[in-house]
Design a protein around this ligand. Structure first.
Ligand SMILES: [Cu+2]
Length: 475
């Protein structure tokens, strides 16, 4: 079973991916078996080609080279992580709800894995969807230490094709140097605290979009100079699982000549929203169902960096169709992400209706000087008291962004529901990462049903490193 699963997973890394019919065959063969095989994930160094140069990056691979993991709801997550790096590491299972000691956050859930050592994980998978895994140690995520984590479930109809598209931002400059330069320069003026009096006579500061100037944007480790081409069956539906594993970059996903239906965000189903262009913030996932037209054709799926023309993507190829080169710049810049789509999303399985037992006011804050980011004005350190919560409570987090940058806020170990944006209540998406745009107020609710000590932070990696991090604790 392990070797078969591994063989299927290797499709992610292949330059030409075959139709994923075999995933469904695998799914039906596995029903009722619940094998307890341990999957080995090796954290290791690897080389990729970026802009014609070899780049030494990190990765999470099974022994046969497959990136990440595809499994099924109802099984146990039985994994051994082998650290083959010469530095400590720890992998977080983004979006899952494991026992807190297995959550993969150094200093919170437990110690990192020493070089040459291993760590074991074993917990039940109670829900499915599109998730991912990434290092939560230091700045390793910038070295592409991330991989897909797909949990198939009853929503995955047998025989349907699917493709995973993982987006990343890439720099040849080491992450520590990027971070040092950000701290030295300080945040651009526009990303500092929005003072109420600032607009009074002075120019109104505009939101700040991209802190870091990246060398490339990748889709499944490749740029548009040499994109992944995915062979698809003409006239058949395909599920696109889009994962934004970037450290700092948000995109608009553009389906080009295709149109699709957004059916899930962060693994959880929403009432389908039809469209051709969908925003995706850092750490979020989009599941989009697309019908491939009949007849041979190539369909680029592009992710355009917010506020810019730079883009990356993959190409779906139906039948014998020529593939033309796609430029690395779009003809028009993509706009800044807004909450327009978030406001339209409706969970198919919302939280049970209930009054919150506890409300936390969470201001997203930044310092006037230097690249310092905080929560309620407090820069994270280990002595910052956790947000108190008690088991069994319905907890409401009122997120107010007092800065001029958007922050994708992620709560570990729980799925929350978006219940209000800027004063308007609605039964929004159930998810694990929500974007809070400058000046906006986003309210989320969750049930405290997974006791532990959990991270709650901005998923922009350098904001997190600079202190926009807090914890929730109930043990
Ligand atoms: Cu942030």
């Amino acid at each position: 079973m392990l070797s078969r699963r591994s063989a299927l997973l290797s499709a992610f890394a292949a330059s030409v991916t075959l139709p994923h019919r075999s995933w469904a065959q695998y799914a039906s063969a596995a029903v009722g078996e619940k094998p307890e095989t341990v999957t080995i994930l090796r954290v290791q160094r690897r080389n990729i080609e970026v802009n014609g140069k070899t780049a030494s990056v990190l990765g999470i691979r099974q022994p046969d080279g497959a990136s990440g993991l595809v499994t099924e709801v109802g099984r146990r997550f039985r994994v051994r992580v082998d650290n083959e790096l010469d530095a400590p590491t720890l992998i977080h299972w983004h979006g899952l709800a494991p026992p807190w000691r297995q959550d993969g956050v150094p200093g919170i859930s437990g110690p990192p894995i020493s070089p040459g050592a291993s760590a074991e994980y074993d917990f039940p998978l109670r829900f499915g969807g599109t998730f991912w895994m990434h290092s939560h140690e230091g700045l390793q995520e910038q070295s592409l230490l991330a991989a897909p984590l797909i949990i198939r479930d009853g929503r995955d109809s047998p025989g349907r094709q699917e493709a995973t598209i993982m987006l990343a931002d890439f720099s040849f400059t080491p992450a520590a140097q990027i971070y040092a330069e950000l701290r030295k320069k300080g945040a651009p003026l526009s990303s500092r605290s929005a003072e109420p009096g600032m607009a009074n006579g002075a120019a109104v500061p505009s939101p700040d979009l991209n802190d870091v100037r990246y060398d490339a944007f990748l889709a499944n480790d490749r740029t548009l100079a040499d994109p992944e081409t995915i062979r698809v069956e003409p006239g058949e539906p395909i599920l696109l699982r889009v994962i934004n594993s970037s450290c700092m970059s948000a995109y608009h996903l553009d389906l080009g000549a295709l149109s699709g239906a957004l059916v899930a965000v962060d693994g959880s189903s929403v009432r389908p929203v039809s469209g051709q262009r969908f925003p995706i913030a850092v750490a979020q996932r989009l599941d989009i169902l697309v019908k491939v037209p009949r007849g041979p054709a190539a369909f680029p799926l592009l992710a355009i960096l917010e506020g810019e023309r730079r883009q990356t993507g993959v190409i779906l190829v139906a039948g014998r169709a020529p593939v033309t080169r796609i430029p690395e710049n779009a003809t028009t810049p993509s706009l800044a992400l807004t909450l327009d789509l978030e406001r339209r999303l409706r969970a198919t399985e919302p939280l049970a209706k209930r009054k919150p037992d506890r409300i936390h006011q969470i201001d997203l804050t930044g310092d006037m000087t230097g690249y310092v980011w905080s929560i309620n004005g407090v820069v994270w350190n280990k002595d910052v008291p956790p947000l108190p919560v008690a088991e069994g409570e319905r907890v409401e987090l009122v997120l107010k962004n007092k800065t001029l940058m958007s922050h994708p806020m992620h709560l570990h170990g729980h799925q929350f529901q978006v219940v209000e944006i800027d004063g308007k209540r609605f039964s929004g998406a159930v998810r694990d990462t929500v974007l809070v745009t400058p000046g906006s107020r986003v309210v989320v609710e969750f049930d405290a049903n997974n006791p532990g000590w959990w991270a709650f932070h901005c998923h922009l990696m350098y904001h997190q490193a600079a202190g926009m991090f807090a914890t929730v604790r109930y043990i």
